[in-house]
Design a binder for this molecule. Structure first.
Ligand code: FDA
Length: 305
């Protein structure tokens, strides 16, 4: 049953019709638990609350399907507006974004141009931008863009996914660039030809690449709600004597709030990924696919309306 629901949510997340319908019905579908709001103002308010409890944030203006140059530029403008709003409000947050929303599928030069505009603005504010990793089909192109940008910018980082066979080698290769990496399990449906099919192998690989990147002395964002992974990372940083400012734990908005707060109390850096915007459907479907039990939460929410 779980497998069936997972596949259903993954397919819906890719469906343009479903995205259009969802926009019409707004965040009422239960997505409000995972998405901070549709406007920049609401997003900044959510970040302010997180900051009050000692958590930093990374804001993501949601948007996945981009069909032309104009839409890609508008998406970049929204990223810049978000950076402006962070600076104006004085909240503690950086920015996360996706290459496809900036035009990666349309024209690589367009995407790089958009990224440079965003990174220049972030640099002006002393802020940092993280490139999310999307499905395997975009992995190499995303890494290529990152490498090109990294030559000019030190305020850019990227995400690598432990479910991919290639990732351990990518972590080794990116050491040469002293890459700031967010390490995650991986959220997309990938075939066994490119990704570990067994969860245990993904978990083991995540623990392995966290250790590798920390051992290499590079900034590591450990992005997981899995307590076994978090405990293992704590043991690793103790053993390697890693400074607490050289890594951080990251979790998603609305997930494992108590665990986030516990880590803050223990003195760790904690950052929450805060998505916002009207194009929230694909993100919402990925959260349901990760944990089909969330569907009961959604149904309860709908019944209460
Ligand atoms: P796992 O899935 O094993 O979950 C461990 C426990 O966490 C569960 O038992 C449950 O208690 C809780 N949990 C996990 N997911 C939940 C959910 N959706 N709802 C409720 N509880 C949940 N992926 C990607 O492909 N590209 C990216 O760029 C990113 N970026 C990113 C940023 C940040 C800050 C995080 C935390 C995660 C991502 N991800 C991502 C998603 C990541 O790949 C992965 O899908 C999720 O983090 C779930 O995996 P866990 O490591 O939490 O473990």
């Amino acid at each position: 049953m779980d497998l069936l629901l997972r596949s259903l949510f993954q397919a819906l997340g890719k469906s343009r019709t479903a995205h259009r319908l969802a926009k019409k019905y707004g965040l009422r579908l239960g997505a409000a638990r995972f998405v901070a709001g549709e406007s920049v103002r609401q997003a900044i308010e959510a970040v302010r609350k997180l900051n009050e409890s000692g958590r930093m944030a990374t804001l993501d203006h949601l948007g996945e399907f981009v069909f032309n140059e104009e839409e890609a530029e508008q998406a970049a403008d929204m990223c810049i507006r978000t950076l402006d709003a962070i600076a104006e409000s004085g909240v503690q947050s950086n920015l996360s974004l996706k290459m496809t929303s900036l035009g990666l599928d349309i024209d690589r030069k367009l995407c790089i141009g958009n990224m440079k505009r965003i990174l220049d603005r972030a640099r002006k504010y002393g802020n940092f931008v993280r490139i999310d990793m999307e499905d395997y089909a975009h992995c190499q192109a995303t890494l290529d863009v990152y490498r090109e940008l990294r030559r000019q910018y030190d305020n850019v980082g990227i995400v690598l996914q432990a479910y991919l066979y290639r990732t351990e080698q990518d972590v080794k290769d990116l050491h040469k660039l002293q890459a700031n990496l967010r390490l995650v399990k991986g959220a997309y449906k990938e075939p066994a030809s490119v990704a570990f099919p067994a969860k245990k192998d993904v978990d083991d690989n995540l623990a392995r690449i966290i250790r590798l990147h920390l051992t290499n002395g590079n900034y590591t964002a450990i992005a997981s709600h899995d307590e076994a992974i978090i405990d293992d990372a704590k043991r690793t940083v103790r053993e390697l004597n890693v400074d607490r400012n050289a890594f951080e734990f990251q979790m998603l908005y609305g997930i494992c709030d108590e665990l986030q707060l516990r880590l803050v109390q223990e003195g760790y850096r904690v950052r929450v990924y805060v998505p916002y915007g009207t194009d929230w459907f694909g993100y919402f479907m990925r959260r349901l696919a990760e944990r089909p039990a969330n569907v009961w939460f959604v149904l309860r929410n709908l019944r209460g309306k």
